[in-house]
Design a protein around this ligand. Structure first.
Ligand SMILES: [Zn+2]
Length: 421
């Protein structure tokens, strides 16, 4: 088997790997790198591709998949779980609305992708041309998220995609029962930094939320619409936050999808209760009133780049009794990062001081450094290792450490590099 690295080499974004066997060409993920305009993975010809496996709905893994479906007669199969396709569709349609100008596909191509989808359960293998077997395992990262085991000619490749082995309020931990492997493709996002322990982040957030409301303020929590918004509402619920929780924006559409797939949740009853008790804001009348009430408002976008978050930020920033809890990653030059670093908001090019109290909390859906090493501790065999999906130094240093500690042949590949096993 051969793996060609088409993206996510020393970068976070546009994850894409091509597996080639005697008879097949199969992509693992085909994502975009979202900057001011999206960057794409290395080009492939759809007619050369048999299937694309989509590990999860985040656009850095799924965002360029529709480009493989520009022809209605295509033979490409899209493989993933049902929640992955439903959540991908939601995020892809939103991306077309925001950045459609830069994209080579349209809404209709997302439909073609959906029509060519092959829905798998976890641990239900699929054979491609009787030459390559693909099995999805639970990844613990977002609803429906999967890792991939690819087997051909007695060789086995394990691709972590984005992984969380500790589990969250919403999701069970990743399933690492995969046996002996010959090549490991592992994410490196936090390989060089330990995250705040989850329990502490939860305690700190709830304490801040209570503080803000008890002094007569409103708390605004900008959060990614898929997973983070729901996880935060469960965190508040499970830690005895006794005030109203309000959800808004695209998070509501994600709520509906997640409620349809209880078997993918760790505790469906708790989820149903937490999401059901929250107020779902629909319409401007209610939105304008809720910013003056003692409650926690959870709404995308997580980095404050769009959606109803813009309105909430503007209103909440006016009063020093209010609070803003940043619970998502804040990329450079986003309104969220600017707010965090300089306590200012930007509207129509004008800076305004933010009077509300701003705090940041770490709620990563990725493994932290020690948890990434726990994966390696549990690996059977002496695989080659590719460290991907991290910045340059995270990927390179992680590969060196794996080499020193386990003696595995580990490297941080370049884009376009071909690895044979
Ligand atoms: Zn992800």
């Amino acid at each position: 088997m051969k793996v060609t690295v088409l993206g996510a080499a020393k970068e976070v974004g546009r994850s894409a790997f091509l597996i080639t066997t005697n008879k097949t060409n199969v992509l693992l993920d085909y994502g975009v790198l979202i900057k001011r305009e999206p960057n794409f993975p290395v080009h492939v010809r759809p007619k050369d591709i048999d299937a694309v496996v989509v590990t999860h709905a985040h656009l850095d893994h799924s965002g360029f998949v529709p480009s493989l479906f520009l022809s209605k007669d295509t033979k490409v199969q899209a493989i993933g779980t049902l929640p992955t396709f439903e959540l991908s569709r939601l995020l892809l349609e939103d991306m077309i609305k925001i950045s459609g100008f830069y994209l080579p596909f349209e809404f209709v191509d997302i439909m073609t992708m959906m029509n060519h989808s092959k829905i798998l359960q976890y641990r239900e293998p699929i054979s491609i041309k009787n030459d390559l077997k693909i099995t999805l395992h639970e990844s613990g990262h977002i609803l429906g998220g999967a890792t991939v085991l690819a087997e051909s000619n007695a060789k086995r490749i394990f691709y972590t995609g984005d992984i969380n082995t500790r589990g969250t309020n919403l999701l069970r931990p990743a399933d690492l029962d995969i046996g002996k492997i010959d090549l490991l493709i592992i994410e490196s996002t936090y390989s060089q930094s330990e995250q705040t322990p989850r329990e502490q982040s939860e305690r700190d957030l709830v304490e801040f939320a209570n503080e803000v409301i008890e002094r007569g303020g409103t708390l605004f929590i900008p959060a990614f619409s898929v997973e983070r918004a729901q996880e935060i509402s469960c965190v508040l619920k499970n830690n005895n936050f006794n005030h109203k929780i309000v959800m808004d924006g695209m998070a509501l559409k994600a709520n509906e999808i997640m409620l349809r797939h209880p078997s993918f949740l760790r505790n469906p009853d708790m989820f149903k209760q937490a999401i059901g008790e929250a107020e779902w804001v629909r319409g401007w009348n209610r939105r304008k009133k809720v910013v003056k009430e003692p409650c926690a408002i959870i709404s995308p976008a997580g980095m404050l780049v769009g959606g109803s978050a813009i309105f909430y930020l503007q209103e909440i920033a006016k009063d020093e009794r209010n609070g803003i809890a940043l619970v998502s990653y804040q990329a450079n030059n986003t309104p969220g990062r600017i707010l965090l670093e300089r306590r200012v908001t930007m509207f129509n090019g004008k800076e305004k001081r933010c009077l509300a109290d701003v705090k940041r909390f770490e709620f990563s859906a990725h493994n932290s450094r020690s948890e990434l090493f726990e994966i390696l501790d549990r690996i059977e065999g002496t695989p080659k290792v590719l460290t991907v999906h991290g910045d340059g130094s995270s990927c390179m240093r992680f590969a060196e450490e794996i080499n020193e500690k386990y003696g595995f042949d580990a490297r941080a590949p370049e884009t376009g590099e071909v690895i044979e096993i």
